[in-house]
Design a protein around this ligand. Structure first.
Ligand code: AMP
Length: 283
């Protein structure tokens, strides 16, 4: 496995092979969710192809300095996990290798990124789009794998690729969960044992709303909110029912919709969602 710390090292480390080059962008602190994306990347790349994992805690997508400072960065463990997972190249640049001090170009998506996380995290998706496009260009990847856990991120990146004719296939991977239902996240390690034990209730609240069979936003949101009130969460950032494709709020579920939540235990912000399809039935 090659480890590249600059764009130049990355280019030098990438050999021309007959297979596809598939990128998995991450911020590190790798868990089984990330590694499932790596497995998917290998499936797409094939044995002859190249799987590239980027590990970069992208400073320009953080809206809270404390969150950036507290973000776990166990780089040695991450490199070992990549090696064990059969990754070909890890790209882990320092921030100075990614951004000029006087950088002045940013990629902005203006519709899907406005609500949900974008509403309370100003500049977040500009940071995401900018770094993802840079990672695509630096790696020259044919395809990239993203988790459905970050459902808005995936939709925004699909839109960026569509609108800018970026020649990269975007592949989504279902959310990987702990045995108790909590969506895996690098931020979970920052939860206290009590918060960690409480956190699966977030997914249960969303599922209760989905499983009610209700199709009206008011009813769905009320059931989810009741469930969230049973948790030890300190603050709910948002709880929204939006169209799965446009991410705009919906009144009634007539096409696939996403019931999404972002909430805080102390300073730790977690997100989760369920998809509600009109053909779903309560069971
Ligand atoms: P992050 O390191 O949190 O920026 O995540 C890197 C990639 O891994 C993103 O595409 C995430 O959506 C994805 N990811 C993170 N957690 C999970 C999970 N529990 N299941 C599936 N994908 C995930």
């Amino acid at each position: 496995m090659q480890v590249a710390r600059s764009g130049e090292e990355l280019r030098n480390g990438l050999k021309k092979t007959s297979g596809r080059r598939v990128l998995v962008p991450t911020m590190g602190a790798l868990h089984a969710g990330h590694l499932a994306l790596v497995g998917k990347a290998r499936e797409i790349a094939g044995p002859e192809g190249t799987v590239v994992v980027s590990i970069f805690v992208n400073p320009i997508q953080f809206d809270r300095a404390g969150d950036l400072a507290a973000y776990p960065q166990p780089i040695e463990e991450d490199l070992a996990a990549c090696e064990a997972a059969g990754v070909d190249v890890v790209f882990t640049p320092p921030a100075a290798a990614m951004y000029f001090p006087d950088r002045s170009v940013t990629v902005t998506e203006n519709l899907l990124s406005r609500g949900l996380c974008g509403a309370t995290r100003p500049g977040h998706f500009d940071g995401v789009c900018t770094v993802v496009l840079k990672l695509f260009l630096l790696s020259g990847c044919d395809a990239a794998v993203f988790g459905e856990k970050d459902v808005q991120q995936l939709a925004v990146i699909r839109r960026m690729v569509r609108d800018l004719d970026v020649p990269v296939e975007i592949v989504g991977h279902p959310t990987v969960r702990e045995a108790d239902g909590l969506a895996m996240s690098s931020r979970n390690v920052r939860l206290t044992p009590e918060q960690r034990a409480d956190a699966p209730k977030i997914q249960r609240a969303l599922r209760a709303a989905k499983d009610s069979g209700r199709k009206d936003a008011a009813g769905i949101l009320e059931i989810a909110r009741e469930g969230l009130e049973q948790t030890a969460l300190d603050r709910i950032d948002y709880l929204s029912l939006v169209d799965a494709e446009t991410l705009q709020p919906v009144e009634t579920v007539v096409r696939p919709a996403v019931l999404a939540v972002a909430a805080f235990y102390g300073e730790v912000r977690l997100i989760d969602h369920v998809t509600i399809d009109p053909s779903d039935r309560a069971d």
